[in-house]
Write a protein that binds this ligand. Structure first.
Ligand SMILES: Nc1ncnc2c1ncn2[C@@H]1O[C@H](COP(=O)(O)OP(=O)(O)OP(=O)(O)O)[C@@H](O)[C@H]1O
Ligand SMILES: [Mg+2]
Length: 488
């Protein structure tokens, strides 16, 4: 046996790793991950599309010394097996290099720490010409003309990650800057969603501001927590390898209850359906969303359901997180826990929809409540044609009729939709809350009505004949028989 040191050939390896599958926005998010992991309070994405596109991610984080920068530029700068700081969004020691080179041919990193500025560059053409892993290093003097250098220099510490020579855009499009602008727009939305818990300081306790060409990015909260009609369901903890995965379902308000602003946040109403499902966060950074992992079929009936799943970075191997941080596989050990959670809570949203969609025009039933479909917006109103209602109305003095009608309208308009939805979604069968009254009570109510009708000389027999059609009494055949017997 003999050993041979077989080094990868730099030009070929770098070129191949460019095609790992990053999109522009996932690549940019990977660079921003590094800023977030390294204590940035502000992250500026600056770009210029006029001549040849250029983009810089600048942060005011801890920055790197010359030695640290050199180590950071190495492909595989840290082992993926290393235990990371609980807030670190990195894992593989590859992201900064691979994400950048997937989009452009030249990556320059400039960093400031302890009043000293250093810079280094991977230039694919230079690597090709040298045929080896040759990193270009710059002195601070050589860096002065670098894009956004002054922005960094004004800060105590921080880092610039600079992308140049977007060959993939130029080869695929005649109008480079237009395509670049479109990519930027998608990336802006991506950042506002995947980092939304950092943008909202209340949610995470440490706020980070993101800017695109100095315009502040507004977070997109997929759970609409600021909307009081959003129903949070109880949080569950799943413990694996002594680590806690937090699972918290939310039921979003109906689309008709969303303000224009909230609708914009969630995207088109059609997106509600597409974006139902699990929202997986790794250290509060959204990794994947809008999927049920094939545990539950994506369905019209679940479209208001979103389940927040928080995983710590200590469980990366279990979730099989990938370098791009854009996919993760659900491990079997927690699959069954999530399945039962989905069935118990969200599955029953199906019942809610079915209930909403019940037939209201069945001629054999007199409903107490009517469901009114007002061009897709629903109201529940008390059926003023039901014999019960008429009895009550007739028994009220004329002078109190106005007050009575106002009271009924108040009751109707305060029908607790959200509470009903929430409780149905929470209960196993959805039936428990529609508690059946005891027969004695129902009998008492029937007698009370009949006596009232008698006292105002109304036709009792019609009332009794109609009891079997009445939404309330028809569920109690014994009571109906007893009444028929007594009042025949
Ligand atoms: N903005 C930054 N501020 C300070 N240090 C940084 C910054 N960006 C990168 N680094 C350093 O460079 C190292 C390499 O970054 P890189 O993204 O390549 O790998 P990683 O973040 O460790 O893991 P992953 O491949 O999962 O992203 C980081 O671990 C960090 O030490
Ligand atoms: Mg990284």
């Amino acid at each position: 046996m003999k050993e041979k040191l077989l080094m990868p050939f730099a030009p070929v390896l770098v070129e191949s790793t460019r095609s790992i599958g990053y999109s522009f926005e996932t690549a940019l998010a990977d660079i921003i991950d590094n800023s977030v992991s390294n204590n940035a309070r502000n992250v500026w994405v600056n770009f210029d599309t006029k001549d040849s596109p250029i983009l810089a991610v600048i942060d005011d984080g801890r920055g790197m010394s010359k030695d640290e920068l050199e180590a950071a530029m190495r492909y595989g700068s840290k082992s993926s097996l290393e235990i990371r700081d609980p807030k670190d969004l990195g894992r593989f020691g590859l992201g900064m290099k691979m994400a950048s080179m997937s989009q452009c041919r030249k990556l320059t990193v400039v960093s400031k720490k302890n009043n000293s500025i250093c810079g280094a560059c991977w230039d694919l053409d230079y690597i090709n010409s040298k045929g080896d892993w040759v990193l270009i290093e710059y002195s601070s003097d050589e860096l002065k003309d670098t894009y956004c250098y002054n922005d960094l220099n004004e800060q105590k510490s921080g880092t610039i990650v600079l992308w140049e020579q977007f060959d993939r855009i130029s080869s695929s499009s005649s109008n480079k800057s237009k395509v670049f602008d479109e990519k930027i727009e998608i990336a802006r939305k991506h950042v506002s969603l995947v980092f939304h818990r950092f943008i909202d300081p209340e949610a995470i306790g440490q706020g980070i501001s993101f800017y695109f060409n100095n315009e502040r990015v507004v977070g997109i909260d997929p759970f609409l927590l600021s909307n009081p009609a959003t129903q949070p369901l109880p949080e569950e903890n799943i413990i694996i390898n002594d680590q806690i995965i937090k699972v918290k379902p939310f039921v979003l308000p109906y689309a008709s209850k969303l303000s224009k602003k909230d609708q914009n946040k969630l995207g088109e109403v059609d997106n509600l359906r597409q974006n139902q499902g699990f929202y997986i966060y790794r250290n509060k950074r959204l990794i994947i969303w809008g999927t049920w992992f094939r545990l539950v079929k994506q369905h019209e009936l679940h479209k208001l359901a979103r389940i927040r799943v928080d995983i710590p970075n200590t469980l990366d191997s279990i979730w099989e997180i990938d370098v791009k941080k854009s996919t993760a596989n659900l491990p079997d050990i927690i699959k069954h826990r999530l399945v039962s959670l989905v069935e118990n809570t969200i599955g029953s949203s199906e019942k809610v929809y079915k209930y909403r969609g019940r037939k209201t025009d069945d001629p054999n039933i007199t409903h107490i409540w009517n469901v009114v479909d007002d061009r897709g917006q629903y109201h529940y109103v008390i059926n003023r044609d039901s014999p019960l209602f008429k009895t009550l109305e007739d028994s009220i003095d004329e002078k109190d009729q106005g007050f009575f009608e106002s009271f009924i309208q108040i009751v109707e308009s305060s029908f607790p939709f959200e509470d009903v939805y929430f409780r149905l979604a929470k209960s196993d069968s959805g039936i428990h809350i529609l508690s059946q009254k005891g027969e004695d009570e129902v009998y008492h109510n029937a007698v009370c009505m009949i006596e009232k009708l008698i006292s105002i000389n109304e036709n009792v027999s019609v009332f009794i004949e109609n009891m079997a059609k009445n939404d309330y009494f028809r569920k109690y055949p014994n009571v109906i028989s007893k009444i028929k017997e007594e009042y025949k």
